[in-house]
Every structure is written in C-alpha cells, then in structure tokens.
Ligand binder design. Structure first.
Ligand SMILES: *Cc1c(COP(=O)(O)O)cnc(C)c1O
Length: 403
C-alpha cells in the first residue's frame, strides 16, 4: 500500500454506526465489567484501555496510522514534538552517561541539554552533523543515545544517517531521529537503522497550525513499553480532540506536502538571484550540505527554505519582512499558510562554526498561489536591495567583505 493511501485508511467500523471519520472518544475514567477486570487494568496500558490519559480509541487509531506510515510496529503520541525528544532522552539516558546531539538540533534541545540533563547528571555532547561514520570517534561505553536531525533545524544540513546508525549499532548504542522536517512521507528513519523516529506532528502532519503534538515510532516492543511507562511517569497524554485533528490533517498531508514542495522549488531561483541573499538552503539544491544523502535517503523535499542574508541587509530587515503580505511572522512552520521567522544572528553552534554572520530567515512556503508568494518575496528583496551600500550593488563578492 502506498503512503498516500495509508494516510486515508479508514479504521474498521464500530458496530452499527459506520462513519468515514474517526470518532472522538473523550475519557478520564474507563469503566470495567468486573472487579477483577478493574484490578487488572494496568495490563491494558499498552494495548487496551485503563485510563483516559493512557489512550482512547481515537489516540490509538492515530498511533496505528503513524506507525503504518513510519514502517514501525508501534507508535506513541505525546503532547508536543519537544515532549517526544524529552521523553526519548529521559527514558534511555542515565546519570553519568552521555547523549549526543547534532550541533544543528531543534533550538530547545540546547537549553534542555545544558540546564536540565546536566542537573540530572546526564552529559550532553554536541557534534558536527556532517561527520558521518566519524561519529565512531565519539562513541564509547558511556554513550547511551545518539540523536540525528536531518535536515537540521534552520541550517538544513542533511546527515549521513545510515553511516551514523551503523557505527552506533556496532557498539549497541541506541539512535533516535528527529524526522520533523521530512515527515514519514519523505523519509523513514527506521529503514535507515534508527531505533526511534520522533516527529513534531505540530508541523506538516497536523498541517493547519492549530495543534501541538509529537510522536515516537519504534520497531521494538521492549523500547515501546519503556517509553510508554516513562510517559506515564511524566504524566503525558494526548486528548482525543487533538488526536482527531491530527488524523484529519494526515488525510491531506501528501497533497499539502507536494504543493508546498512544488511552490518552494519554483521560488528558489528568484531567491538565489538576489544579491541580498548570501546563501540559500533547501535540501533539493545540489549545493545544500549533504544533498547527496538527501537524494539517497529521501523521496522528496518540503516547503522549508532558509536564507542567509548579507550582513548589510540588517538595517532594512524588519521593514522588508513586514512588507511580505502573504507571510505571517511566527516561529512554527508546516501549516497551510506561509510563515516567516527571522533570527538576526545564526543559531548557536558549539561543535562547528556558524555558517555566516548575517541575519537568517526561514520561510515556510504554504499553499497560497505561488505567484502571490513570489510577489511578496519580490517586495521583500527589493527593500533589502535598497540597503546595499553605494558602489557594491549587485556585487556579491564586495558585499561579502562588509562587516
Ligand atoms: C517544532 C519542532 C520540534 C518541536 O515540536 P513542538 O510540537 O513545537 O514541541 C522538534 N523538532 C523540530 C525539528 C521542530 O521543527
């Protein structure tokens, strides 16, 4: 069955009532037929129903749909994408042990690693995301978990995930992937040797900027049960209402991703042509770091584009961004509507140098008509071009010499 079909698969009808939509089952208390069944309710934690927090038919349907798409035997939904990262890390790392994160990890990973894991005695190590099989140099018996995020947040370097998972497997070290960029429609980390594939369903999977949720998909029952136990210890659960929004979003994910990808690809040349843009990142561009791994391991790209702007654009940056009438200014991405996020410095790096020193702009290309998006971007770029210092207009090399 193709992924597009799996997104639309309707669960078996329940009794006499048959609808094309998944019912929303709200619950805290679950009732039992007998005292015996009640007293044994904990055994229903993983598959049946024991308490609303631990699963309802709606959340279990969503978990099965995500598992099918990820090529996993099991999936667990949690309250956010970051909750999936935190749960995975806390479940599989012990005090005195080390966990490796790529230097371009999602931005909350760094304060979580430094301030929270540190307090628990778990030692985070940030590594160069491009190191591939050289990850072996960082592995010893103190390493319990290695994260990959490919493409990485903001800078979109694609990693050699199979090389990293092979090195970890050889030493019995677990690997986890943040697959939020690609969604399981564009990449299946479990098939690349990863043990745990997490995804922020808040982005493309739900797809309408109105839900926050995360998932963890695995192919190992013991890993699943450990995760499920720890999600209980941390009091994590997902409401049926929100699970139903994600199920609805999944039905259109394939067409939404195609649309966003196609529009982004159409807009890349005009962005590349601007002298305000020093470097543009999108995995489908041959010059994007790790493009060869993207070609090998992914079935497509998405609507996310990162622009490294010339430092001289700074004085007019806010004005140029605010002139983009089709782009909302905001932090998240992957919805139907185009969003722009601005950093006036590249994100913090500790294992690798920052790629550039100018402002960084992330575009999440949405489903508006691409010509309307083009008009917005033209406005933005023409305002930025006006910031060009006299005498260096249209000269990227001289622009590069500016502070
Ligand atoms: C947004 C995002 C997350 C966190 O997801 P939330 O649901 O917002 O907590 C994690 N990883 C990546 C790559 C993201 O883009």
């Amino acid at each position: 069955m193709h992924d597009e079909t799996k997104c639309l698969k309707v669960p078996a009808a329940n009794g006499a009532f048959a609808s094309l939509s998944v019912p929303v089952h709200r619950a805290s208390t679950i009732v039992f037929d007998s005292v015996d069944a009640y007293q044994n309710r904990r055994s229903a934690m993983y598959d049946g129903y024991s308490y609303g927090l631990y699963g309802t038919p709606t959340t279990r349907t969503l978990e099965q749909a995500i598992a099918a798409l990820e090529g996993a035997s099991r999936a667990l939904v949690v309250p956010s994408g970051f909750a999936a990262i935190a749960l995975t890390t806390l479940t599989f790392c012990a005090p005195g042990q080390r966990v490796l994160f790529p230097d371009n990890a999602y931005d909350t990973v760094r304060p979580f690693a430094d301030r929270f894991l540190g307090r628990l005695g778990i030692k985070p190590v940030f590594y160069d995301p491009s190191l591939g099989s050289r990850i072996a140099d960082l592995l010893d018996s103190s390493v319990q978990l290695v994260w990959v995020e490919s493409p990485g947040s903001m800078t979109l370097e694609v990693q050699d995930v199979p090389a990293i998972t092979a090195a970890c497997q050889a030493r019995g070290i677990l690997t986890a992937a943040d697959n939020t960029y690609a969604t399981p429609l564009r990449c299946k980390p479990l098939s690349l040797g990863v043990d745990l594939s997490i995804c922020a369903a808040s982005k493309y999977v739900s797809g309408h900027s109105d839900v926050v949720m995360g998932s963890v998909a695995v192919n190992n029952e013991d890993i699943f049960r450990q995760l499920k136990d720890h999600s209980r210890f941390l009091g994590q659960g997902v409401s049926a209402d929100e699970a139903s929004l994600v199920l609805r979003g999944m039905e259109t994910m394939a067409v939404r991703l195609d649309r966003c990808e196609q529009s982004a690809l159409q807009l890349l040349p005009m962005l590349q042509a601007s002298n305000a843009v020093r470097e543009i990142r999108h995995p489908a561009l041959p010059e994007n770091p790790g493009h060869q791994f993207w070609k090998r391991d992914f079935t497509g790209s998405t609507g996310l584009i990162t622009l490294f702007l010339e430092p001289w654009t700074r004085p007019l940056l806010a004005k140029a961004i605010e002139a983009m009438d089709q782009f909302a200014i905001g932090a998240s991405w992957g919805g139907t509507k185009s969003v722009v996020a601005v950093l006036d410095q590249p994100p913090l790096r500790t294992a690798t140098p920052a790629p550039h020193h100018g402002p960084v702009v992330r575009l999440s290309i949405g489903m508006e008509h691409p010509e309307d998006l083009r008009a917005s971007l033209e406005k933005c770029l023409s305002i930025l071009a006006a910031a060009t210092p006299d005498g260096i207009a249209n000269d990227k090399d001289l622009g590069r010499a500016q502070p």
